[in-house]
Design a protein around this ligand. Structure first.
Ligand code: UD1
Length: 367
């Protein structure tokens, strides 16, 4: 039997740590699957892209589309045009997409229009906030997918409510945990804690890049004020996303603030970042993926959003939705510093075996 051609499409930082364990598992079954990796180039900075390929030991992509940044419509359209060509030439029999970034929805649209079956990893998650570009990407991608691989029970419930038949829904757990388990021993060897002159357990990690928080001048000024107050209570390390750096400059946010113990650094690779959050007292973030990573690592996470598409991180895990109100954030930080940070349990199936579950389901279905 000729191996089954499967195309994995990635584009932005949060895709890479999900694709790595799945690609590795598919490659273990080369007699059944012949995987091709496509990188759209949505993220192109070394630290957001190539460094992750190196850290995660991902092979170089078979196709790099080099689309770069633009408005949502233009970025999505550029990805679609280039992907249509690659898919038309390569004839994959299945396309796999990850998460909720623009590359995900662009690939889903092209795949569906070419009549190729689509698998969505991290399906069914909903923030119910259509103002988030990611929410639109999730809803559209799920609508077009034949195989919906879900990380937590709520995702199954959401899909059922939207009328998706059970035959298409597979609760498989979280691929990010596969990557965490595999790479934690390597992350231990990272020198990041010494390099930044930190003492484990005595600092917080900040990430901030969500459009709703950084693309509005008034909101960004106000959040930064609050963060400075946090920085006066506890040292913070802030690997700063290029989007946020740009907005700081554009909105004139005075962010050089070493005096208040806020270390602003370039975005870190996967291994350094893992070690940084694992050794921290808490993480203050508006990221999606970090909410599940901190839950697995049992590190308190304060999420500067009012909703989450991953409610298991709140109901079982260490996540607290603190929003962006100053008093709420400060009181959550105080609680953590007094030793009462949220402890949690890892949700079911977040066990490092998600890739093998997905590959087993695909082998079975595609036969
Ligand atoms: C994207 C995802 C978001 C994810 C985030 C992780 C969408 C809609 N959003 O947001 O869900 O949490 O990635 O990083 O897909 N830029 C660079 N270098 C890069 C990439 C981006 O400088 O390598 C700058 C560009 O100026 C660009 C801006 O960041 O205009 C935004 O990039 P984009 O990929 O559109 O969205 P992210 O904010 O990175």
């Amino acid at each position: 039997m000729t191996p089954f051609p499967v195309m994995l499409v990635v584009g932005a930082r949060p895709n890479f740590m999900k694709a790595a364990p799945l690609l590795e598992e598919l490659l273990r079954f080369r007699d059944i699957f012949s995987p091709l990796l496509v990188h759209t180039g949505q993220h192109y900075d070394h630290n957001l892209s190539q460094l992750f390929f190196e850290d995660l030991q991902l092979p170089q992509p078979d196709f790099y589309l080099g689309v770069g940044s633009d408005s949502h419509a233009k970025q999505t359209a550029h990805i679609m045009i280039k992907l249509e060509q690659v898919m038309s030439e390569q004839h994959p029999k299945l396309v796999i997409v990850f998460g909720d970034v623009n590359s995900t929805v662009a690939a889903a649209l092209v795949t569906a229009k070419l009549g190729i079956p689509l698998a969505h990893v991290e399906a069914g998650l909903r923030s119910f906030d259509r103002a988030m570009p990611e929410e639109i990407n999730r809803v559209v991608t799920d609508c077009l997918s034949e195989y919906l691989f879900v990380t937590e029970q709520v995702g199954v419930d959401n899909l059922r409510r939207e009328g998706v038949h059970d035959d298409h829904i597979f609760l498989v757990g979280n691929l990010m945990v596969d990557a965490l388990k595999r790479f934690l021993p390597l992350a231990e060897q990272s020198g990041i804690i010494n390099r930044l002159e930190l003492v484990p357990g005595t600092y917080g990690v900040l990430t901030l890049h969500r459009s709703a928080n950084v693309d509005n001048a008034e909101r960004l000024h106000s959040i930064w004020e609050t963060i400075q107050q946090v920085g006066s209570m506890v040292p913070l390390v802030f690997p700063c996303h290029p989007r946020t750096r740009k907005r700081f400059a554009q909105f004139g946010v005075e962010h050089a603030n070493l005096e208040n113990h806020i270390q602003i650094i370039d975005p870190l690779g996967y291994l350094d970042f893992l070690q940084l959050i694992k050794s921290s007292a808490f993480v203050l973030t508006d990221s999606g993926g970090i909410q599940s990573e901190t839950t697995f690592l049992n590190v308190p996470c304060l999420t500067m959003r009012t909703v989450t598409e991953q409610p298991a991180t709140v109901s079982s895990g260490t996540n607290v939705l603190c929003g962006t109100v100053t008093d709420v954030i400060l009181s959550c930080v105080r609680e953590i510093l007094s030793g009462n940070g949220k402890q949690g349990k890892t949700p079911p199936l977040w066990d490092g075996n998600t890739a093998s579950r997905i590959v087993a389901i695909l082998s079975d279905k595609l036969e």
